[in-house]
Ligand binder design. Structure first.
Ligand code: SF4
Ligand code: SF4
Length: 464
């Protein structure tokens, strides 16, 4: 027996959301949701797992604020490597531009932390308060023990996820094992507690309460993404030429026989939308590209026996019946720049000196030693960015008659910086009056050919 598929049969509750209405998105399964869940699972596992990974005897990824260095597996970056870290930001930015021109807001829908954490909070909401219709009923129900228990468990679960998120986040800036140990021993520092509370509150508010409002009002990317997509970008679109005029009809009824398009106006695409918009109104700033509406509409098309793809990834040109041009200059330009930036970054990391020398001359003037030589003092700052210790031999280039006071060699542990007080004295006969150039050299034991040099000033009397 044929039956009518209409708004009422799919969901008896309200289907559209006014601007100030609470959005209760309906959960829906499908290909894109599975991709989102798998991607989110990988990101979650990486986020929570990597913080606990150890590498070469220390935390694998740690932005050590007190020591001002950033460890990422065997590499250590120092403030002077800021240009390389800015390179990472540029690569991320151009990767995002490339993705946006190619396929709209895929980053927002699948990988943005705001979206991923919101999906997890929605899962917690479903677990404690039930599916969409139950949640809407619970919202409208008077206060009762059941309502208090469900709301309480939802907020408890949200707070727990927020706290774990905050501990992990802070654990990327201070060793996570020490942090958790201190928390259990109630010995965490005031700053650690402040940042834990701050990030717990931020996660709880952003993913639990603000949700899509963060995308609408706080995220700048949503604002300029519309200027980045072009007529050839693959964005989530409703095929109006195929779907209109919309209207309900009997199941299995061919759309042509009813004079209607393929859209049965069931509103399922609106109910599943986490931002509460109707994709049939065209590309909107509020659309985060999550593809939930594609899954929902495909299931309806299957039920009706119509072809899938009434809502799909499609370019504006394709929807107009024209040929899309995927390999267009703009996209290729972003791709070429992205490859160039990655290449430059890889070259920068591979060719950066793993041992650096910084020479600071003592502010005082020259001194005469008891032997009648002229002496200047320095502080040599040696940094080892390598993953293994380095034995460094210090010398002064060129002057044969110099007398060096200070260690001839020093061991610098992996990822460490040492400061070595160092004095050099010359017989006056070797010096010009006033300022002389002096070159400090650091060679590496067992690494022939690796040598670093830094020029400083040696002060003598203004005249002899
Ligand atoms: S576009 Fe698809 S899901 Fe949305 S109302 Fe039409 S048929 Fe239903
Ligand atoms: S319109 Fe579709 S893709 Fe855009 S946010 Fe809503 S459900 Fe996600």
């Amino acid at each position: 027996m044929s039956r009518l598929i209409s708004v009422k049969q799919i969901e008896s509750s309200s289907t559209t959301h006014g601007p100030e209405q609470k959005i209760q998105p309906r959960s829906f399964s499908g290909l894109y949701r599975r991709s989102r869940v798998s991607g989110g699972f990988v990101l979650f596992t990486l986020y929570f797992g990597v913080a606990w990974l150890n590498w070469d005897g220390r935390q694998a990824v740690l932005w050590d604020l007190s020591e001002k260095k950033f460890h990422i597996f065997s590499a250590t970056f120092w403030p002077e490597d800021l240009v390389l870290l800015s390179g990472i930001l540029l690569i991320c930015a151009f990767g995002l531009f490339f993705l946006t021109v190619l396929a709209g807001r895929v980053w927002c829908g699948y990988a943005c932390p705001q979206s991923v954490w919101t999906w997890v909070f929605l899962w917690a909401e479903r677990l404690t308060e039930g599916d969409r219709s139950r949640r809407i009923k619970l919202d409208a129900a008077p206060l009762s023990l059941n309502k208090i228990a469900r709301r309480g468990s939802k907020h408890g679960l949200w707070l727990l996820i927020s706290l774990l998120t905050a501990i992990t986040f802070v654990g990327y800036f201070t060793p996570i094992r020490d942090l958790v140990g201190d928390l259990f021993a109630m010995e965490a520092s005031g700053w650690a507690v402040f940042w834990l509370l701050f990030f717990t509150a931020a996660t709880y508010l952003n993913a639990g309460w603000l949700r899509e409002k963060v995308c609408f009002h706080m995220c700048p990317y949503g604002r300029f993404q519309s200027s980045m997509v072009d007529a050839d970008s693959l964005v989530i679109s409703y095929d109006a030429a195929r779907g209109e005029p919309r209207g309900s009809r009997k199941k299995d009824a061919a759309s042509s026989s009813s004079g209607l398009g393929d859209c049965i106006d069931c509103q399922l695409c609106v109910q599943v939308c986490p931002t509460g918009i109707d994709i049939r109104d065209g590309l909107q700033m509020e659309c985060i590209g999550c593809a939930a509406c594609i899954d929902a509409c495909d299931s309806i098309m299957d039920k009706m026996g119509y072809d899938r793809g009434l809502v799909r990834y499609a370019s504006e040109r394709e929807l107009k019946g024209e040929k899309s041009n995927l390999l267009r200059p703009r996209l290729l330009g972003y791709f070429a720049f992205l490859v160039l930036m990655i290449g430059l970054f890889a070259w920068g990391v591979a060719s950066r000196p793993l041992v650096t020398l910084d020479v600071e001359r003592d502010r005082g003037m020259y001194r005469f030693t008891s032997e009648g030589n002229i002496e200047n003092s320095y502080l040599l700052k040696l940094t080892n960015k390598d993953s293994s210790p380095r034995y460094l031999v210090i010398s002064v280039r060129g002057f044969k008659g110099s007398v060096i006071t200070g260690p001839g060699g020093v061991v610098v542990e992996a990822g460490e910086k040492v400061e070595v007080p160092f004095s050099v004295a010359f017989p006056p006969s070797l010096l010009d009056a006033g300022a002389n150039d002096i070159v400090f050299e650091v060679s590496m034991l067992n690494r022939k050919g690796e040598l670093i040099a830094e020029t400083s000033t040696f002060l003598g009397p203004p005249e002899y």
